[in-house]
Design a protein around this ligand. Structure first.
Ligand SMILES: [Zn+2]
Ligand SMILES: [Zn+2]
Length: 367
């Protein structure tokens, strides 16, 4: 049954959500009849971060029970949009265009960049008041000439253009002397942090290490010291063998819900071969990666009532992590809002078991 087919008999999603949170707080039977077992949660540890998550499935709740805001119907072209064809002059000079004419993908500097330019990366100030210049690069990848286009609706060839643009800009930025790490990511929808509708992603080069990446490199280094293996390679093999959290596979890539998913429907796309840095992506793998991105985003859209999401690419800086790290993509649908507990502890509370999420996504792929 589709969600809309049910809506006549259900309360407003927000009311439903508040009711279920209230129930969670009180125990499923309400006060006075708590039976001590019905809300059993489990803690799971992510072997790539050693962070714990609390899996606390809401019994009886639909796996995709969340607040969803209907999307606006968009025009193919919006005259006031700086990324629509005809308005190329409104962006800073272009860094990349694929193909030449007419373009399918353009990369331009972000006009509102938090970090800009190269130059001095010297730290100044006393140890407790350290600072440095805000150098770096922030680029916007305009993913389509169509204002209303979605990643999962594009022709495969057009998604390949995006993947090639990410790789080309990653390669161009990672070798700059003032750059420590390059982040590739996509914010889709206002809950994911963007108000800009035109399909786009971002490539940002930063002059300091990313704490999240450093943590993963540290954990992967200890794992390698203990076992002689890359933790991600072992994890991909183990997830494929377990099968229950697998979502999809194509060519040399797989998609799965990680054992210790920190939020509902967290999905990873991983190479099934060892490669630490995204700049190593070979031409022969571009099409399968593009296919996996598009089909996974589409499955999440169908399974979870079209949620906002963040897509993040993790990649080891080219001179680090060669044996120990595997570049990979994480897709994080915005189905829950981290609150005080999560922000204070860095322990996620996930109300959807990854096994259940994987099953939903497999069903959505079969549609
Ligand atoms: Zn536009
Ligand atoms: Zn590996």
């Amino acid at each position: 049954m589709t969600p809309s087919a049910q809506s006549g008999t259900e309360r407003h999603p927000l009311a439903r959500k508040e009711a279920s949170l209230h129930t969670w707080a009180l125990g499923s039977q309400g006060p006075g009849s708590y039976d001590g077992t019905s809300n059993m949660s489990t803690l799971r540890q992510d072997p790539t971060t050693r962070h714990w998550v609390i899996l606390a499935p809401r019994r009886g709740a639909r796996p995709h029970d969340h607040v969803s805001i209907p999307r606006q119907v968009l025009p193919e072209r919006d005259e006031s949009c700086p990324f629509c064809p005809g308005n190329e002059g409104q962006t800073p000079p272009e860094l990349l265009r694929i193909p030449d004419d007419p373009w399918k993908v353009r990369v331009v500097p972000n006009l509102y960049a938090a970090l800009q330019g190269d130059g001095d990366i010297e730290r100044t100030g006393p140890p407790l008041f350290r600072e440095m210049p805000g150098v770096g690069e922030a680029e916007v990848v305009v993913e389509s000439p169509r204002h209303d286009m979605r990643l999962d609706e594009m022709a495969l060839e057009d998604v390949q253009h995006i993947v090639r643009a990410w790789r080309e800009r990653y390669r161009a930025l990672i070798d700059k002397p003032h750059v420590q790490a390059v982040m590739v990511f996509k914010n889709f929808g206002p809950m994911a942090g963007t108000s800009l509708i035109h399909p786009h992603s971002q490539v940002v080069a930063i002059p300091v290490n990313s704490p999240r990446l450093l943590r993963r490199l540290d954990v992967a280094t200890s794992y390698f010291d203990d076992t002689g293996h890359c933790v991600y390679d072992d994890l991909v093999v183990a997830e494929r063998a377990a099968g229950v959290r697998m979502v999809d596979g194509r060519g040399r890539f797989v998609a799965f819900e990680p054992f210790a998913s920190s939020s509902p429907f967290e999905t990873w796309i991983c190479p099934t071969f060892h490669s630490s840095s995204f700049d190593e992506l070979e031409d022969g793998d571009v099409s399968d990666l593009a296919w996996m991105l598009s089909s996974t985003v589409g499955a999440i859209r169908r399974a979870c009532d079209d949620p906002d999401y963040n897509l993040v690419l993790y990649s080891a800086p080219s001179d680090k992590g060669e044996d120990i790290f595997l570049w990979h993509v994480r897709i994080l649908p915005k189905l829950s809002q981290p609150a005080g507990f999560e922000l204070g502890s860095a322990i996620g509370i996930n109300t959807v078991e990854p096994e259940a999420a994987a099953e939903e996504l497999r069903k959505a792929l079969a549609v």
